[in-house]
Design a protein around this ligand. Structure first.
Ligand SMILES: NC(=O)c1ccc[n+]([C@@H]2O[C@H](COP(=O)([O-])OP(=O)(O)OC[C@H]3O[C@@H](n4cnc5c(N)ncnc54)[C@H](O)[C@@H]3O)[C@@H](O)[C@H]2O)c1
Length: 261
């Protein structure tokens, strides 16, 4: 049975990815900074599905490496990685200021969690995947596909956009190196999606507020709804599977077509 390591495993997209992977026959190792929520997610997934739990900060290079080593040792290797740590209260939100008001500390924290965190996890897992092949899916963002529009939605998200663009380029670069060793690396770019701190109602409130501030700003998806965490989980499970066996270096737009505006 294949085993995948998931950072941000207590988060909305991390747990939805875990659910979809478990349904597809994977076992999952869950890692997150929030131990209480992590244990709740593990209970929800069930004992058989969970191949390890690690309470860690993805910005801790040594901590990430030692968790990955331990997980691989306990499971006779690893076959996959999903990097879904980040987002959340006070992390992504911290960057929403005009660029010239951006403080170096918030820039650094954003890069640490959203870019270095991905780097550390890939750096730790790749040598293990090289032993037997596997797949990586990094969670980027629509904000990393283009540092601005649609319309004003990404306004004041310069640091977040830069970090996520970095994730996309890093993934492409890893794909170039890892293909010959039987490892694929892809990302997904979610649009506005429900998360632990952002309920469906909260997203509707945000959209109403934006529409009032910037009338006709066209943030609605042609599909007429926001993203569900399960939409992201399905995209991750597809890219992790052999059904995506000829896809590497891709960034799958899972914004519900919002970028068509
Ligand atoms: N929800 C969205 O609208 C959206 C859109 C585009 C991209 N994303 C990206 O998707 C990823 C997952 O976000 P989500 O929507 O599931 O958010 P979420 O807040 O539901 O989950 C994020 C998880 O990451 C964990 N985390 C945060 N910092 C950490 C750290 N330093 N070390 C370890 N764990 C940490 C949190 O505890 C939380 O459980 C993030 O990278 C986010 O930027 C989300």
């Amino acid at each position: 049975m294949e085993v995948g390591f998931i950072t941000g495993g207590a988060g909305a997209i991390g747990r939805a990815s875990a659910r979809a992977l478990v349904r597809d026959g994977w076992r999952v190792v869950l890692a997150d900074i929030d131990g209480d929520e992590l244990h709740r997610v593990a209970v929800d997934l069930g004992e058989q599905a969970v191949a390890g739990i690690f309470v860690l900060d993805v910005t801790d290079f040594d901590g990430v490496h030692s968790a990955v080593r331990e997980a691989a040792k306990a499971n006779g290797g690893l076959q996959g990685l999903v990097t879904a740590a980040g987002g959340g209260r006070g992390i992504a939100g911290a960057s929403k200021v005009p660029f010239i008001d951006t403080a170096p500390e918030s820039w650094d924290r954003m890069i640490e969690v959203h870019l270095n965190g991905v780097y550390y996890a890939c750096h730790a897992v790749l040598p293990i995947l090289y032993g037997g092949g596997g797949a990586i899916v990094n969670i980027a963002s629509g904000a990393g596909l283009r540092g601005g529009p649609p319309h004003l939605r990404q306004l004041h998200a310069s640091v977040y956009s830069a970090a996520k663009a970095g994730v996309i380029a890093l993934t492409q670069s890893i794909a170039q190196e890892a293909g010959a060793k039987g490892v694929r690396a892809n990302c997904i770019a979610p649009g506005r999606t429900e998360s632990r701190w952002k309920s469906w109602q909260e997203m509707e409130r945000m959209q109403r507020e934006e529409e009032t501030r910037y009338p006709g700003s066209g943030r609605a998806s042609p599909l007429g709804r926001f993203g569900r965490a399960s939409d992201m989980g399905e995209a991750v499970a597809f890219l992790m599977s052999e059904r995506a066996g000829y896809i590497t270096g891709a960034c799958l737009d899972v914004t519900g077509g919002i970028r068509l505006h």
